[in-house]
Design a protein around this ligand. Structure first.
Ligand SMILES: Cc1ncc(COP(=O)(O)O)c(C=O)c1O
Length: 383
């Protein structure tokens, strides 16, 4: 009988695929969810099994607002939160409710490649804007705004996927000002914002939600578990109305009421906070170890910054290096990564590669760096 599949990921034994961007089995919190579920299911309240309130379980939103207020160091109002089944669904709904096929949107170059798949599902025309070490270049945005009218800009302001950069506070403010002046929305994908383990991160763009142009996407995928399919949009109530009044919500009710109720317990019992601290400690350790191993095993011509948050190291090889060839050699060595062109439609960052620390534990990350070093050496010998 063919193997019965359960999870999206299919990591062949022996392969260290550093291209993965999801938590590995050791970080999936089974015991935590067992406690949270036992707590919630013993309350004798069956409402979590009814069709959910359209905006999302009110008690869950209050718990989430309190958690986010503490984490962000900014007041977050439960009325500004709409519960989603993950950031991907949030993004899909934004496209469905705020755009029409053929509309123009702006994205960063490079950007999260699977967001590009969602934009393609909605027939959106994507215009790419350059970034530097402080994130999106605002002057480039201003130039493009003179020629195009986007419905929204999609940005990953904190611990960018894949470039790992942080949009500066000044640029965040300028971006919000431009969105008001030019009447476009900011879709801020802030799924890594809470994963700072050292870096000073400016306030999330969600903090500007009151201004009425920002839709901030958050997710439990990166701070608890992706299988929960639970996330949120933080935005002004007038924008959230569009979600709440949509046909999808009218027919199916609020998204994920059962999971929301369990995660409410995880937050109220302090388990989410504890888990996030554990993740930050674990990822900080892994990131340092991978950085050190890469410095040991890769030639100095391969440059990268040592991130203090998020999941990714963005390697920059010399321009002209054929990353696809290196990837083929790496695979022969049982190691892999995400080549830069996946994030950029084949332009600009072809000499780059994304490595992630979320799936593998430190010894495997170190072994992966060693194997990658051998593949790069082989490539350089052959050219
Ligand atoms: C930038 C970014 N946005 C969204 C997602 C997906 O989030 P979710 O699991 O909440 O749909 C990911 C996951 O890799 C991501 O890196």
């Amino acid at each position: 009988m063919a193997e019965i599949k359960v999870a999206q990921i299919d990591m062949p034994p022996g392969l260290i695929d550093l291209g993965s961007g999801q938590p590995g089995p050791a970080l999936l919190p089974l015991a935590l969810m067992e406690k949270a579920a036992a707590h919630r299911l013993s309350q004798g309240d069956p409402s979590l099994l009814a069709y959910g309130y359209e905006q999302g379980d009110g008690y869950f939103r209050i718990a989430l607002a309190k958690f986010l207020s503490e984490q962000y160091g900014l007041p977050v109002d439960a009325r500004q939160l709409f519960v989603t089944a993950g950031a991907s669904l949030g993004l899909h709904l934004i496209c469905a409710l705020f755009s029409r096929p053929g509309d123009i949107i702006f994205v960063e170059d490079p950007t999260y490649f699977l967001a590009l798949r969602i934009f393609a599902d909605h027939g959106l025309k994507v215009i790419r804007l350059p970034m530097d070490e402080n994130g999106l270049i605002i002057e480039a945005l201003e130039e493009k705004l003179a020629a195009h009218k986007p419905v929204f800009i999609y940005t990953i302001p904190s611990f960018h996927n894949p470039a790992s950069v942080i949009l500066s506070a000044e640029r965040r403010e300028k971006l919000v000002r431009l969105s008001r002046g030019h009447d476009f929305l900011i879709v801020a994908d802030e799924v890594y914002h809470l994963l700072s383990y050292g870096a000073a991160v400016p306030s999330p763009l969600g903090g500007f939600a009151g201004d009425g142009t920002v839709l901030s996407l958050g997710s439990f995928s990166k701070i608890l578990a992706p299988g929960l399919r639970l996330g949120w949009v933080q935005a002004a109530p007038a924008l959230l109305e569009r979600f709440v009044k949509s046909g999808l919500l009218d027919s199916g009710g609020g998204l994920n009421p059962f999971t929301s109720a369990l995660v409410r317990s995880a937050i109220e019992l302090g388990l989410q906070h504890e888990h996030l601290e554990h993740l930050k400690k674990t990822y900080a350790h892994r990131m340092l170890a991978l950085g050190a191993a890469l410095r040991q095993h890769l030639p100095v011509s391969v440059r990268f910054d040592q991130p203090e948050g998020g999941f990714f190291i963005w390697l920059r090889f010399a321009r002209g290096v054929d990353i696809k060839k290196i990837l083929a050699l790496a695979r022969q060595n049982d190691v892999a990564f995400q080549p830069g062109e996946n994030f950029s439609g084949g332009r600009g960052v072809n000499h780059c590669a994304r490595l992630g620390i979320s799936y593998f534990e430190t010894p495997q990350l170190e072994e992966g760096a060693k194997r990658l070093g051998r593949a790069v050496e082989k490539y350089l010998e052959a050219i």
